[in-house]
Structure formats: structure tokens, C-alpha cells
Write a protein that binds this ligand. Structure first.
Ligand SMILES: Cc1cc2nc3c(=O)[nH]c(=O)nc-3n(C[C@H](O)[C@H](O)[C@H](O)COP(=O)(O)O)c2cc1C
Length: 201
């Protein structure tokens, strides 16, 4: 199933074709592919090149997967159970000097974006989640104080929407929507319409 973004101008097909499915196929993901995705994340930019990311990777039926799954809220458990891979992304909150890293969440988010587009390029899909218990994740994985769990990432090949509970099948097939482009950009004073938008046909 494809859900190509209806973009106002043409963008890279990898970006237009990305979306967050809830139906994943059972097909397993090879370790080579997983390494490739983490390598894509590793080469992401970060403030002062501090690379504050860390990924805990669970493969279906292993203990790590089970523990990540346990942290999910019930709604996410209903669909994420199909994903062959669950990853807990974590960020390093403080530098070696003990001072807070101001951009650690931004940096980890960007690394996950790199991982996502490598995944799309290899035929996989990613669905990020904030609906999980950080406290449980900290406890189950003994995450040190200077790290913070950020998101859970479901990863795999796309599956048949019919495997989902019926209410999720509806959103699985729904059109992807976004705020208008004009709402995202300003000129001079924040909120003042930008003239570049006039170039849009
Ligand atoms: C940080 C983050 C947290 C999210 N949390 C959840 C979640 O807990 N459960 C869920 O079903 N989707 C979650 N999503 C998916 C978003 O709902 C989805 O990306 C958004 O609706 C846009 O759809 P698209 O990714 O298909 O374009 C999350 C996405 C992000 C980036």
C-alpha cells in the first residue's frame, strides 16, 4: 500500500513515500540491514559532534523486544506486536563535564530521521512512538542517569492492513494531511507571511 504525500512541489520520492504504517509484515530483518540503519544514524550531524544517541534494539521473540513491548501503552501494543523490530532510542542528557547538552533531543531526532530514510530506501518502514512508559524503560534496561529514553521505533516491511483492529484499518488507509506550507514560514516578524509563498502556483 502506498500513501504518497500530495506535495505542493516535487520533493525527493523517499520523503514523499515515507509514512508511518501500523501494519507490519512478519518478515524478519537481517542484522546486516539493522547495522546499515544504525550506520545511517551514526553519520547524522549533532551539536559539537557529541553524537548523543543510543539505540536498544529488540528482535521479535528476544528478551529485549519483550521488554520494549512491555513499556508501550495499550493502544501501541495492539499494532506494534506485528513489528519484527522494536528500537528504544535514548539520548545523552549531559556532557563529560556534567553540563546539560542543550540539543540532545534535537540531535537524536535527527539521527532517527536519517535511520528512517535509509530504511525507506531499503524498502522498510518506520513508525515512531512516544506512547510508552519512560519509567518502565529506565527500570527494565537500567538506563544510566545521564541518558533519557526518548522514543520507541517500530520497524519492518509493510504488512496487510487487515491484520489490524478495525478502527486502525481506517487510519491506515486515510489520506496523509499537513498544515498549509504558508503556515510554516515567516518573513521579518514572526507570523508575517513570507513572499516566497507567492511563487507557489
Ligand atoms: C515523536 C513521535 C511520537 C509518535 N507517537 C506515536 C504513538 O505513540 N503512537 C502512534 O500510533 N503513532 C505515533 N506517532 C506517529 C504519528 O502519529 C505520525 O507520524 C503522524 O500522524 C504523521 O503521519 P505520517 O508519519 O504517516 O506522515 C509518533 C510520531 C512521532 C514523530
Amino acid at each position: 500500500m502506498t500513501k504518497v504525500a500530495k506535495t505542493s512541489v516535487e520533493i525527493n520520492p523517499l520523503l514523499a513515500n515515507r509514512w508511518s504504517p501500523r501494519a507490519f509484515s512478519e518478515i524478519a530483518i537481517s542484522d546486516d540491514l539493522l547495522i546499515k540503519l544504525i550506520e545511517a544514524a551514526r553519520w547524522s550531524p549533532s551539536a559539537s559532534n557529541l553524537q548523543p544517541w543510543h539505540f536498544i534494539i529488540g528482535k521479535k521473540h528476544d528478551e529485549t523486544y519483550q521488554k520494549i513491548f512491555e513499556t508501550l501503552v495499550e493502544f501501541n501494543q495492539l499494532w506494534a506486536i506485528n513489528a519484527p523490530i522494536l528500537i528504544l532510542s535514548c539520548g545523552e542528557k549531559t556532557g563529560k563535564d556534567g553540563n546539560p547538552l542543550q540539543t540532545f533531543k534535537y540531535d537524536v531526532g535527527q539521527a532517527v530521521a536519517h535511520l528512517t530514510f535509509q530504511a525507506i530506501s531499503d524498502g522498510l518502514f518506520v513508525h515512531q512512538m512516544a506512547g510508552y512508559s519512560k519509567e518502565k524503560a529506565i527500570e527494565l534496561f537500567q538506563i544510566p542517569n545521564h541518558f533519557e529514553p526518548l522514543t520507541v521505533i517500530a520497524l519492518g516491511y509493510m504488512g496487510d492492513p487487515l491484520i489490524l483492529p478495525s478502527r486502525m484499518q481506517v487510519s491506515e488507509k486515510a489520506e496523509r494531511v499537513r498544515k498549509p506550507l504558508a503556515d510554516l514560514i515567516s518573513q521579518n516578524i514572526f507570523g508575517t507571511a513570507s513572499s516566497i509563498i507567492n511563487k507557489l502556483k
